[in-house]
Design a protein. Structure first.
Lengths: 428, 248
C-alpha cells in the first residue's frame, strides 16, 4: 500500500510542477468542448428550431395567400417577408434575391388560386348534391388549366430542407382545400331540411398522432442537440488524450533510469504501476466532471442548451472510471511500445483522432454508412460514448451499462497484458 | 565468505549475433571494494543486471552473500544490494527530498526514521541546503551525490556503482571516493565499475577485468600491477589484457 500511495503522491507532485501539462489536461479540453459545441450547434438543430426568412409574393390576395402566410408564421419556423423597402415584393425581385443567396426560399401564390380552390370545392359539392337528388347550384369556373403555387429555393439548399418545405406547403394547401370543401358542404346542407339554429360540426380528425418515450423512466425528454452530443463526446476524446502524458512519463522514466531504479527495489512493480494508473484514472474522472460542469454552467451562458445528465449519477461515474481505465491502459501500452516521446506523441495523437473519428465523436455513428458503423463500434471511444448516451439520453441506470463497461475493462486488461509481454521481451 | 560468486555465466540476448557472456567466472570477498572493469561491450552491464535479478542468465550460477540468485531469493537479494546506475535515475522535477522520500517509501521506509536518514545523508554529501531544490536545478556533481543517496537509503550490504563519478568536478569526485572508503569501513561490500582506471587503482582493493564476456584476469590491485613489470599502473595492466583495438 505504501508503494501505491507513494507513487500517487509522486505523480501528483510531478503534475503540479508541470504547468503546461496541467493546462493541456484541463484548460484545452474546456476550450475544445466550447468551440465544438458552438460550431456544431446549427447542424444539430432541427429545422423546427430554426427560423428562416421566407419571401412571399401573394398575387392571389385571397384566402389561400392568407392561410399560407398565417400558417407559416404560426409554425414559428418561418418569418414571412412580403415587402422590401416598404414595397410589396414582385416575382422578379424575389427570384433575383434567391439567385443571389439573399434568401433561401420564395413562394409565389398565383393570381386566382383561391378562386380555383373555391371553384373546385363547388364542383365537388354540386356533384354530390346531384347524386343525392338536390340541385347543384354553386358557381363553378370554366377555367381548365391548373394553377400551381411556385417555390424557389436557393440552389445550395439541401434535399432534406427542400422536402420539409414542400411538405409544409402541401399541408397548407390541403388544409385550405379541406376547409373550403367542408364550408361548401355545410352551406349546401343548410339549404335542405336542417333548422336554422343547428350548428353542425364536422370533425375530420378521428385518429391523432401521439409521441411516447420508451426509456426506463418516462420523465426525461432530452433532445439530442449539439451540447448533448459534443460535451460527452469531446470529454471522452480529451480523456483519451491522457495517452500522451502517460506515454511521455513512462518513456522518460525508462530513459532517465528511474524505471531501472524502481525495478531494482524489492517488491512488485505492479503496485507502482497500479499507483500510476489510479492517479491518471483519477485525472480522467476529474477531467470528465470538469467538462460536464462546462456543459451545465458555461455553455448555456453562450446561448447553447444546458447539458442534461440523466438520473443515474453513479452509473455515469462508473463509466467515467471505465473510460479512464481504458485510456490509461492505452497510454501505458504506447509508452511501452515506443522508444522516444516524439514517436509516442505522434502515434498517440493520430491514433486517438482516428479512433474518435470512427467512434462517433465527431459525428454520431447513427448517420454514418452501415459498414462505418460496424467499424465504429470497435472503437473504445464509441463504447464510452454509447454508455454515456444511454445514461444521459435514455436515462439508463447501472443495469444497462455493464455491456459497455465490460468492453472498456477488457480492453484495458488486454492492453496491459500486451504491455507486460513487450516489457518482458525488452528485458530479455 | 564471498559477497559475489559468479560461475560459468552465459547470456545471449534475443536477436543478438554474439553472446554477451561466455562462461564468466569471478568472486569478490565480503567487505572489500572491488573493481569490475572492462572495455565497452565487455559484458559489465549484463553481469550487473544478472547480479541484481533484472535479467535472467541462460546458464551458470550467481550467489550474493551465499544466496543463489533465483526466483525464490530475488526479493531478499534486492534488499541486500544497492545500485547506483550510471544515469541520474531521479525525477528531475521533484526536489532531492521528494525523490529520496519516494524511493525510501518504495523500500518500505517511512515517517521520521526515513526523514532523519535522508537528512543525515544530505549532510554527509553536502546537500543539506539544497534538499528542497528541484533536481533539475542541480549541478552534475549534486545530481551524482543524490543518485548515490537514493541507492543507500535502505542500508544495503552490497553497493554496486556504475561510473559514479562520470562528469563530476574534482571536489565532488574526491568527496564521493572518500565516502565510499568510509562506507566500506562500516562493513559494506562495494563493486565499482568505471573507465577511470586511475580512480579504480586508488579505491579498489581487488579488480576483475572482463572482456568479450569472460574474465581475463582477477586479483589484488597492487599485486596485479606488480605481477607485470612492464606495467606502471592499472591502465597498463588493463591494456595488456584487453589490447589496444578500439571497441565501438
Amino acid at each position: 500500500m505504501l508503494r501505491l500511495l507513494a507513487t500517487i503522491r509522486k505523480e501528483w507532485l510531478l503534475l503540479l510542477r508541470d504547468r503546461t501539462g496541467l493546462t493541456l489536461l484541463f484548460a484545452m479540453p474546456v476550450v475544445l468542448i466550447t468551440v465544438m459545441a458552438m460550431i456544431e450547434d446549427a447542424p444539430f438543430r432541427d429545422y423546427q428550431e430554426l427560423r428562416f426568412d421566407i419571401l412571399t409574393v401573394d398575387n392571389d390576395h385571397g384566402r389561400l395567400g392568407k392561410y399560407i402566410r398565417e400558417g407559416l408564421e404560426h409554425s414559428e419556423q418561418f418569418r414571412v417577408i412580403d415587402t422590401v423597402n416598404g414595397h410589396p415584393v414582385t416575382e422578379q425581385q424575389a427570384r433575383n434575391m434567391i439567385n443571389e443567396g439573399e434568401y433561401k426560399i420564395c413562394i409565389i401564390i398565383p393570381k386566382g388560386a383561391t378562386g380555383a380552390i373555391v371553384s373546385n370545392a363547388n364542383k365537388i359539392v354540386n356533384d354530390i348534391s346531384k347524386r343525392m337528388g338536390m340541385p347543384g347550384v354553386l358557381p363553378v369556373s370554366s377555367r381548365k388549366d391548373s394553377l400551381n403555387v411556385t417555390v424557389y429555393f436557393d440552389p445550395a439548399s439541401k434535399k432534406a430542407f427542400k422536402s420539409a418545405i414542400h411538405q409544409a406547403l402541401d399541408n397548407f394547401l390541403t388544409q385550405v382545400e379541406t376547409d373550403l370543401l367542408l364550408e361548401r358542404i355545410k352551406q349546401q346542407l343548410r339549404k335542405k331540411d336542417v333548422p336554422e339554429n343547428d350548428s353542425m360540426v364536422i370533425q375530420l380528425k378521428a385518429v391523432g398522432l401521439k409521441e411516447q418515450l420508451t426509456g426506463p423512466s418516462q420523465e426525461i425528454d432530452v433532445i439530442s442537440n449539439s451540447v448533448q452530443h459534443n460535451v460527452p463526446a469531446w470529454s471522452i476524446f480529451a480523456m483519451f488524450f491522457i495517452v500522451i502524458p502517460i506515454a511521455g512519463n513512462m518513456i522518460r522514466e525508462r530513459e532517465d533510469g528511474s524505471l531501472l531504479r524502481m525495478k531494482l527495489i524489492p517488491g512488485s512493480y505492479l503496485a507502482i504501476l497500479t499507483g500510476k494508473m489510479l492517479f491518471f484514472v483519477a485525472v480522467c474522472v476529474v477531467q470528465f466532471y470538469l467538462m460536464m460542469q462546462v456543459g451545465i454552467y458555461l455553455l448555456p451562458l453562450l446561448g447553447l442548451p444546458k447539458l442534461v445528465l440523466g438520473q443515474s449519477l453513479l452509473a455515469a461515474f462508473i463509466v467515467a472510471v471505465g473510460i479512464g481505465l481504458a485510456s490509461t491502459a492505452y497510454g501505458i501500452l504506447v509508452g511501452t511500445v515506443f522508444k522516444t516521446p516524439n514517436q509516442a506523441l505522434n502515434f498517440g495523437a493520430i491514433s486517438i483522432v482516428i479512433l474518435s473519428a470512427i467512434g462517433g465523436i465527431w459525428i454520431p455513428l447513427e448517420i454514418m454508412p452501415a459498414h462505418m458503423q460496424f467499424i465504429g463500434h470497435l472503437s473504445p471511444l464509441s463504447w464510452g460514448l454509447d454508455a454515456i448516451n444511454d445514461i444521459y439520453l435514455r436515462n439508463a441506470g447501472l443495469g444497462h451499462i455493464w455491456g459497455h463497461m465490460g468492453k472498456l475493462v477488457l480492453f484495458a486488461i488486454t492492453l496491459l497484458c500486451i504491455a507486460a509481454v513487450i516489457e518482458k521481451r525488452r528485458l530479455s | 565468505m564471498t559477497s559475489i560468486l559468479v560461475q560459468d555465466l552465459h547470456k545471449t540476448y534475443k536477436g543478438a549475433l554474439e553472446p554477451s557472456l561466455k562462461g564468466l567466472n569471478f568472486s569478490f570477498p565480503k567487505g572489500a571494494i572491488v573493481g569490475l572493469l572492462g572495455p565497452n561491450g565487455a559484458g559489465k552491464t549484463t553481469t550487473i543486471s544478472i547480479l541484481c535479478g533484472l535479467v535472467k542468465a541462460d546458464a551458470g550460477q550467481v550467489q550474493i552473500f551465499d544466496l543463489p540468485q533465483n526466483a525464490m531469493n530475488r526479493e531478499t537479494i534486492k534488499r541486500l544490494i544497492g545500485v547506483v546506475p550510471q544515469q541520474i535515475a531521479l525525477f528531475p522535477h521533484l526536489t532531492a527530498i521528494e525523490n529520496l522520500e519516494y524511493f525510501g517509501n518504495l523500500y518500505g521506509l517511512k515517517g521520521k526514521p526515513l526523514r532523519s536518514r535522508i537528512d543525515e545523508y544530505l549532510q554527509i554529501f553536502g546537500l543539506e541546503k539544497n534538499g528542497h531544490k528541484e533536481v533539475s536545478h542541480f549541478s552534475g556533481g549534486m545530481k551524482r551525490r543524490t543518485n548515490i543517496i537514493a541507492a543507500i537509503l535502505h542500508q544495503p550490504q552490497l553497493l554496486v556503482l556504475d561510473e559514479p563519478t562520470a562528469g563530476v568536478d574534482v571536489q565532488s569526485r574526491s568527496m564521493i571516493l572518500q565516502f565510499l572508503r568510509d562506507y566500506n569501513r562500516q562493513g559494506v561490500s562495494i563493486v565499482y565499475t568505471s573507465h577511470l582506471l586511475d580512480e579504480a587503482q586508488t579505491i579498489c582493493q581487488e579488480v576483475t577485468i572482463i572482456d568479450e564476456g569472460k574474465a581475463v584476469v582477477q586479483g589484488d590491485t597492487t599485486e596485479l600491477i606488480a605481477r607485470h613489470p612492464e606495467c606502471r599502473n592499472l591502465e597498463d595492466v588493463f591494456l595488456h589484457y584487453t589490447g589496444h583495438a578500439l571497441r565501438d
